[in-house]
Design a binder for this molecule. Structure first.
Ligand SMILES: Nc1ncnc2c1ncn2[C@@H]1O[C@H](COP(=O)(O)OP(=O)(O)O)[C@@H](O)[C@H]1O
Ligand SMILES: [Ca+2]
Length: 494
């Protein structure tokens, strides 16, 4: 009995020691309070400009999937290339959204927040038509961004290759496809093997980008990345003039005649009419070569709403007769066989979303049926059913649906591979598009090698500490109860 007193006190000290150790270890490893960083990217597209604001915790910036889109501000009016007659006003158009960014981002972070502007195919076309005016438009937007309180990092026309690559990086970053699982316990929620190809449809260009095991026969289409310790062999191509607005121009220009003022067009719903100025139609370098000198000044398009005839007409804008590689998509452009899953975004998504074809996987035949049914609806019915949508978009869903089907067919999607396409608007709250990938690259947020990380997350660490403490206590208690006189302590078992 005399021996039990000191042993009991020893036991209590032992228990207290373990508790104290756990508390200290847990507190010591408490995550630091979040220090948030911000970044702004302006997507100066051919049809409009959007200002994206991103935010991420500073200490996690090399992890994947940590950057979040906090705002998309849509700039009033058309894209910056539409200011070719008054370049100075291009910059002014951005002011309202930049003011919004000023309100959203805390003042203390303004100076350190980078702002980038990337212009895409609308400006590529303007540069082809008149490079001096394109420079003036860029100078104007640069002026506005320089006068904002943020850290201006440049306004430039990105290449089609960059547009494809950054779109691919964005979706795979957001889907968590770059890090499947770290060596220990940090398993990513989305741990499906492999990356997803990216399909972006704009107004003036379209991009296809995917990882390929095949030999990429043309250097212009080949990208090599090393991201988070893995190498990727990526195929990409950007088709200038094959965004859906320029494709529509090509399709119209192909059927223009020298005399007729009215143009019956199966790609518009019956009963729909639109006047088109031929000067405007031919102003784009995509169609200027197709100009018919005797064409009237204005033509009136009259819709006839016929899917099959529209498909035949759309097919005239693709050249599939020559290919100097082992295989091509169209216009003599090399493309290896399709591989893996694909995410289709931007106008691919807008059009499919309007046709209610994005929610679950729909077979290629059902998609064709839906587009066909939509094309055959009279314009009055289309308008009645979806009155709030902008008339320009609404009137072009028949053409766009047929165009998307033709384009994806030429890329090689058939009834079975169609199932590999997911139409994506947002991924975990961030828009699918090239802007996030652009910022991640320019801020060096994607490391080539896997960043060293503790094998356990904070939660996992606390869990294990608590588990082992309880386990030790349990052993001690068992010893105590089994032997009453805790011989195990005397014999130095613990
Ligand atoms: N709600 C919508 N419905 C249909 N099309 C849309 C919708 N919103 C945007 N678009 C279209 O998406 C395309 C976006 O292209 P954009 O990014 O401006 O051009 P690019 O990437 O070629 O420079 C445009 O053709 C625009 O008309
Ligand atoms: Ca775009």
């Amino acid at each position: 009995m005399e021996q039990e007193g000191p042993l009991f006190i020893l036991g209590v000290f032992f228990v207290l020691g373990i508790v104290a150790l756990t508390v200290v270890a847990v507190l010591q490893n408490k995550p630091l309070p979040e220090n948030l960083k911000y970044g702004i990217v302006l997507d100066a597209g051919s049809s409009h400009t959007s200002v994206y604001i991103y935010r991420w915790p500073a200490e996690k910036e090399n992890d994947t999937g940590v950057v979040q889109q906090v705002e998309e501000c849509k700039v009033e009016g058309n894209g910056i290339s539409s200011y070719h007659e008054k370049p100075v006003e291009a910059g002014l158009s951005l002011q309202a959204c930049m003011n919004k960014a000023r309100d959203i981002i805390p003042v203390s972070k303004h100076k350190e927040t980078p702002v980038y502007l990337g212009a895409t195919a609308g400006m590529r076309l303007l540069r082809l038509t008149n490079s001096r005016v394109a420079d003036e438009v860029l100078a104007s937007v640069e002026n506005t961004l320089r006068s904002s309180p943020f850290d201006f990092q440049g306004a430039r026309i990105i290449t089609g290759q960059e547009e494809g690559a950054y779109g691919w990086i964005t979706i795979n970053y957001l889907l968590g496809n770059f890090i499947h699982s770290s060596p220990w316990f940090n398993i990513m929620p989305n741990s499906k093997e492999g990356t997803s190809g990216a399909l972006d449809l704009g107004g003036a260009s379209t991009q296809i980008t995917f990882v390929s095991d095949e030999n990429i026969e043309s250097q212009d289409n080949s990208l090599r990345f090393r991201l988070y310790g893995k190498s990727y062999n990526v195929y990409t191509h950007s088709f200038l003039c094959y965004g859906k607005d320029q494709a529509l121009r090509l399709q119209l220009a192909n059927t223009m005649t020298g005399q007729n003022i009215t143009l019956l067009d199966p790609c518009f719903n019956s009963g729909y009419m639109r006047n088109v100025s031929t000067a405007d139609l031919y102003s784009s370098p995509c169609v200027s070569g197709l100009r018919i000198l005797t064409a009237p000044q204005t033509i009136q398009i009259q819709g006839t709403g016929n899917y099959q005839l529209c498909k035949n007409k759309v097919q005239t804008i693709f050249n599939v007769s020559h290919c100097s590689y082992s295989r091509c998509s169209f216009n003599g452009i090399f493309q290896p066989g399709l591989q893996g899953e694909f995410g289709a975004f931007s106008a691919f998504y807008f059009v499919m979303d309007f046709l209610k074809l994005t929610k679950e996987k729909v077979s290629l035949d059902s998609v064709k049926d839906t587009v066909e049914r939509h094309c055959s609806k009279p314009w009055a019915e289309v308008k009645r059913e979806s009155g709030r949508i902008k008339e320009k978009y609404l009137s072009e869903y028949c053409f766009s649906g047929v165009y998307i089907l033709s384009l994806l067919d030429l890329y090689g999607f058939n009834s079975s591979s169609w199932e590999d396409i997911t139409f994506l608007g947002k991924i975990h709250g961030s828009d699918a598009g090239w802007t996030l990938g652009y910022m991640l690259n320019l801020t060096n947020m994607i490391p080539a090698e896997l960043p060293p990380s503790p094998p356990l997350s904070h939660g996992g660490y606390v869990g294990l500490m608590v588990f082992f403490s309880v386990f030790l206590l349990f052993i001690l208690l068992t010893c105590w109860l089994t032997f009453r006189k805790p011989k195990c302590l005397q014999k130095g078992i613990i």
